[in-house]
Design a protein around this ligand. Structure first.
Ligand code: HEC
Length: 284
């Protein structure tokens, strides 16, 4: 049916309608391309025999920025220890030096780290830092130590932070000698002597923390130990190593052999008067 208005359409309106008609199919086409069929994660699909649209990851796939958990940088453990862990997981009765397939690693990580059945002094923890420590790393380590550890372990690393004053378990000292004037007032709650690892003593090994391998410190920060919580969520792995480097510096500050000091420092130390506080083990 035609109306007066339609008949009276101006040329301009006609051109506009034509242009609109020409544009419509093009728009439809673009919409289709940008709105293609797809599946959301976990959506069902009959495309694959397992009924899932998403494909499972191939075995051994890792995130680009991910370190393998057996990498000493994120484990603190030697590769040999990982081989033993895998072996135990695969077969508890097995010869512990036989490596096991990587697929068993999920369950393996919960197993105890130290097994005394393993012959002759197994190296469980790495003894060297997984990257070269620069003085910048030490500065960063000092800063992070002050933030995350000093509240409990004290600025000197003698376990005399503020926290125990309110009833928290007194942390292990990193030193075997008394280095704080108020330190004697605190009775050591553990049977292990001052500065000796409580964790190692559980394995019947008497070792001063000064001599405990850096990988052990890494594990303590990562997983916590006894009354100490885990700091893996707060401190990324590289910073954990920097903190450990700073703890080593603290330990060295209280236990350096005179002969290893640079000559200038040795002269200064020798010239310094030994006062009553120092004799008593106090920290000036
Ligand atoms: C909330 C308090 C607290 C904080 C914070 C804390 N620790 Fe501890 N830490 C402890 C206590 C308590 C122990 C002793 C645990 C025990 O004997 O059960 C301990 C023990 C340790 C041990 C010795 C384990 C052994 O074998 O005797 C190391 C090493 C250690 N801490 C390192 C650190 C480092 C490094 C930091 C900082 C990243 C840190 N801790 C932060 C409370 C703390």
């Amino acid at each position: 049916m035609t109306t007066t208005e339609q008949r009276g359409m101006t040329n301009r309106t006609r051109v506009f309608l034509l242009a609109l008609a020409a544009a419509l199919p093009a728009t439809g086409c673009r919409q289709k391309m940008s709105d293609q069929p797809y599946h959301r994660p976990y959506e069902a699909s009959d495309m694959f025999s397992d009924g899932r649209a998403s494909r499972p990851l191939e075995t051994g796939v890792v995130h680009r920025a991910q370190f393998l958990e057996s990498d000493p940088l994120v484990s603190g453990l030697t590769r040999e220890e990982w081989a033993r862990v895998y072996a135990r997981q695969a077969n508890p009765k097995l010869d512990l030096t036989t490596p096991t397939p990587i697929e068993n690693r999920e369950a393996a990580v919960t197993l105890p780290r130290y097994d005394q059945r393993v012959a002759a002094n197994p190296k469980v923890y790495v003894e060297e830092f997984p990257f070269a420590i620069t003085s910048n790393d030490l500065d960063r380590g000092q800063e992070r130590y002050t933030i995350y550890c000093s509240a409990c372990h004290g600025a000197l690393g003698n376990g005399q932070g503020k926290i125990w004053e309110r009833g928290y378990l007194v942390p292990t000292s990193f030193h075997t000698e008394i280095v704080g004037t108020h330190e004697k007032a605190v009775s050591n709650p553990s049977a292990t002597p001052l500065g000796y690892s409580r964790g190692y003593s559980l394995w019947d090994i008497k070792i001063p923390l000064r001599e405990a391998p850096v990988g052990y410190y890494f594990e303590v920060i990562t997983k916590g130990y006894g009354g100490m919580p885990s700091y893996s969520a707060q401190i990324p792995p590289a910073d954990r190593w920097r903190i450990i480097a700073y703890v080593r510096a603290l330990q060295y500050s209280q236990h350096a052999a005179a002969g290893t000091l640079p000559p200038k420092l040795a002269t200064e130390v020798n010239a310094a008067p030994v006062n009553a506080t120092n004799k008593a083990g106090g920290h000036p």
